[in-house]
Ligand binder design. Structure first.
Ligand SMILES: Cc1ncc(COP(=O)(O)O)c(C=O)c1O
Length: 378
């Protein structure tokens, strides 16, 4: 069944008692037991809650996973996955990744004996070269934040299988609608559901999907043990957002292509990163391996002073962190989302003082272009 259809159906048949079309918000901490040693299947909401489970089952279905898990944020989801490893383990990581993930790895889990090597995971030779005796996993962003490099999951997965490594894919920028990582060799997919999945800039959430039932059981053990679970109200909001995933993403992408094309022709723009443009180095690979190019654009202006001008003069487009919601947002990665990346790595990657990142919303594309035009030319 089409992913868009599956997304609309999430939670639809959950409440057999009343037939409620929208899954009820089970705002309860605990559940009454029918008898000694008996359970309704729910005992305590950290361990399981019906609204959260409707979401967890829904994302598992969209990704073709054994199970899904919902967390209080994308970072909580990623932190929970790191509990699969132990002191001394080494993980190979995409070098161009969300700054918060880098901070979690280098400033939190490093203290517990995990080590991380940052490499260009679009170069399989670099991935092989980074292998160490205690390498246990490769962590990639399927489409990187902020420079929009596309990961060749089947090629990386072949290396992982050869070396018995877990492949974990952060698929936040694409969602199952555009790419199903588990179909392309990943063992685990992780999402900041705050972004396209929830889609309305109104809630913070994280989701994980796991292909193998045994591995899923271990992830569940950690989810329940640590308890950074998503509450029922937020689970309901994410489900509500996910129902319109396909129509939103179709519009997001249509707008993004128009805006990227316009930016590429503007005299004050010196570089545009958008994989939907045919000159993007990963355009052909992405055309083969994904159902679309997403709606994130990064671009460079011709001098640093213009950065502040654009951030302050855009009106329709809000100067704010985050991405993937219906409202367009613009940000300055060097200072905001990627400040925790070491400066030398930022410089090598191209996260510099003229780079802006635009999350294209679902407003009218011509209105968005007019907003950018007046901000660039003010
Ligand atoms: C690619 C990616 N992964 C993970 C996260 C973290 O998610 P959250 O902000 O929901 O904790 C973000 C946040 O921006 C992100 O962009």
């Amino acid at each position: 069944m089409n992913i868009g259809t599956q997304a609309v159906q999430i939670g639809l048949e959950w409440d057999t008692r009343t037939g409620a079309v929208s899954v009820p918000v089970y705002q309860t901490a605990t559940f009454r037991h029918p008898g000694l040693g008996q359970s309704t299947g729910y005992d305590y909401s950290r361990s399981g809650n019906p609204t959260r489970q409707a979401l967890e089952d829904g994302i598992a279905r969209l990704d073709g996973a054994a199970r899904g898990f919902a967390y209080s944020s994308g970072m909580a989801a990623i932190a929970n996955l790191l509990l699969l490893f132990r002191s001394g383990d080494h993980i190979i990581v995409t070098e161009d990744l969300y700054g918060g993930t880098c901070r979690l790895f280098d400033k939190v889990f490093n203290q517990f004996g995990l080590s991380f090597s940052y490499v260009d995971t679009s170069d399989t030779g670099a991935v092989r070269a980074a292998l160490q005796p205690y390498t246990r996993a490769v962590f990639v962003e399927t489409l990187t934040n902020p420079l929009l490099k596309f990961a060749d999951l089947p090629a990386i997965s072949a290396i992982c299988k050869e070396n018995r490594l877990l492949l974990i894919a952060d698929n936040t920028f694409l969602t199952p609608y555009l790419l199903r990582p588990l179909d392309q060799g990943a063992d685990i997919a992780v999402y900041s559901a705050t972004k396209y999945l929830a889609g309305h800039n109104d809630t913070v959430a994280g989701l994980v999907t796991v292909k193998d039932p045994g591995l899923a059981e271990r992830v569940y053990f950690h989810q329940n043990s640590v308890g950074a679970t998503l509450g029922p109200q937020d689970s309901w909001l994410v489900i509500r957002g996910m129902k319109t995933l396909s129509v939103r993403l179709d519009r997001h992408q249509e707008n993004a292509l128009k805006i990227a094309t316009w930016l590429a022709s503007h005299p004050r723009i010196t570089k545009v990163y958008y994989p939907g443009l045919s000159e993007h180095p990963d355009h052909d690979l992405m055309k083969r391996n994904a159902r679309g190019f997403g709606a994130m654009i990064a671009f460079e202006v011709d001098n640093h002073a213009l950065v502040e001008q654009v951030l302050l003069k855009t009106g329709l487009i809000s100067f704010a962190e985050s991405l993937g919601g219906v409202e367009s947002l613009i940000t300055f990665p060097e200072v905001q989302t990627h400040a925790d990346i070491p400066p030398e790595l930022r410089a090598r990657l191209g996260i510099n003082n003229v780079l802006l990142r635009l999350s294209v919303g679902i407003e009218d594309a011509d209105d968005l272009i007019a907003d950018l035009k007046q901000a660039l030319e003010a």
